[in-house]
Design a protein around this ligand. Sequence first.
Ligand code: GRF
Length: 202
Amino acid sequence: RRLVVLVSGSGTNLQALLDEIAATGAEAYGAEVVAVGADREGIEGLARAERAGLPTFVCKVKDHPTREEWDAALAEAVAAHEPDLVVSAGFMKIVGKEFLARFGGRFVNTHPALLPSFPGAHGVRDALAYGAKVTGCTVHFVDDGVDTGPIIAQGVVEVRDEDDESALHERIKDVERRLLVEVVGLLARNGYRIEGRKVVIQ
Ligand code: GRF
């Protein structure tokens, strides 16, 4: 299976996938990363891809006259690598109709909270501010909402009294990286069906 991974930041989830595939072998894992895309230049996630010798592309919203044209350009850039599965690993843009028309049902995202709680760009901060005692991470298929698609897997992380946002996010990312690697491998090796809100991995 061919994976295209989309990043916007440090790319440690991407790195977890690359490390697992290097350690396990693409055959045994069931997938290989064929390209990495981003919505901005100069991020560690792109540097990690370049160090791994992978093709990269950057699709910036401000380079396009409309959001729809950015969405179509992103879909084109991804499609050029003929992915079986697209993985948003910290990609911080909401894709639109064109992208979902082409990749819906094979586009997964990882979110650092237990959806449906705390969706959006500040899930860790929101859980902390709310006083949640447990939070965690969610790997889900992307649909036309924000962090609302069918849930594939979740991991629970306790919130500690002394936590600030970055400490809690780091602890969540330890769980999230393992969850993402496990889920992507399962989807790639076993195949799956989406039935309403249920994801059935064969
Ligand atoms: C992850 O926790 C992801 O869920 C959130 O941003 C973080 C990205 O981390 N959207 P990285 O870029 O993979 O290190």
